[in-house]
Design a protein around this ligand. Structure first.
Ligand code: ATR
Length: 281
């Protein structure tokens, strides 16, 4: 019997998650289907309840409902507890189990797909909203030498950094205060790209061989990635790999089977111009 899953968001029409999960299902032989559900902005919980009542086994949750999903869960896995946001719900008996696979998706994309070892590297995370919060703990777990959080509103960055205070390697800064520092990895977790805007990074920020990573994905390089190349980043990558990797972790949470992400990522990348490694030496 086919098991039903969905991605719930608003808007959700642009989501490629159904394509990704359809390929995972084919590859692993798991009998599932996966659809998009547009929830009214004030109707997330009802939408999930209806899907569950009709036999749904779980959902992915996208903007703007990740915090609501966190509150809806009756049990939380450690990643969701840490992120205080949920992108994966699994229905199990009377329980709604909340998980967050975004951070593991990011670190798997960096480490496995891009061959970038985070351990011992200087990492700059831009942004202090939900997107940044969701990836901070998994990044930190990879033991970077420095994990700097920069944000337009410094107080939000400070709050995030404070949650890792005892570790000694996590700090907060304004963009101006970064002048003179260099990083091996610069991650854009702000929503600036959505508005075609650019966080105000000082010059000479990219160390030799540095990777610039935008958690957004698009057909063309974002303004941040184009600017990073112009400012000396050696490589650029957008969040398409993170998208596929977080989907694979969700699939594993639901089905207990880990799909092979490589052919799925290759297929998605093949459908757009090849620029992912545009800055690779
Ligand atoms: P999300 O859940 O996507 O992270 P959010 O919680 O609204 O969304 O956070 C958006 C992040 O992008 C914030 O860090 C925001 O900075 P502020 O905290 O100062 O608002 C950042 N951001 C949005 N537009 C930006 C811009 N043009 N330049 C720099 N940072 C920007």
């Amino acid at each position: 019997m086919t098991d039903h899953y969905a991605v719930v968001g608003n808007p959700v029409a642009h989501s490629v998650s159904p394509l990704i999960h359809a390929q995972f299902a084919l590859q692993t032989g798991e009998d599932i289907d996966y659809v998009k559900l547009l929830a009214p902005l004030d109707g997330f919980a009802e939408c999930v309840a209806q899907f569950r009542a009709s036999g749904g086994k779980g959902v992915n949750v996208t903007l703007p409902f990740k915090i609501e999903a966190y509150r809806l869960a009756t049990r939380l896995n450690p990643a969701a507890q840490q992120a205080q946001a949920v992108n994966t719900l699994k229905f199990e008996g009377n329980d709604i189990i909340g998980d967050n696979t975004d951070g593991r998706g990011l670190t798997r994309d960096l480490e496995v797909n891009l061959g970038f070892a985070i351990a011992g590297r200087r990492v700059l995370l831009m942004g202090a909203g939900g997107a940044a919060q969701g990836v901070l703990a998994p990044l930190f777990a990879q033991k970077p030498a420095v994990l700097m959080i920069a944000n337009r509103t410094l107080a939000r960055a400070q709050t995030l950094a404070d949650s890792f205070e005892r570790s000694g390697c996590c700090a907060a800064a304004s963009y101006e205060a970064l002048a003179g520092s260099q990083f091996d990895l610069v991650i854009n977790a702000t929503s600036a790209s959505v508005a075609g805007a650019l966080p105000p990074l000082p010059p000479r920020l990219y160390a030799s061989g540095a990777l610039a990573y935008d958690m957004m994905y698009a057909a063309e390089p974002t303004l941040f990635l184009r600017s990073a190349l112009a400012c000396g980043a050696a490589r650029i990558a957008d969040g398409i790999g993170m998208l596929v990797e977080q989907a694979a972790v969700s699939f594993q949470v639901w089905r207990g089977v880990c799909p092979d992400t490589k052919p799925v990522l290759e297929k998605l990348k093949g459908e757009r111009p090849d620029w992912r490694n545009a800055g690779q030496p």
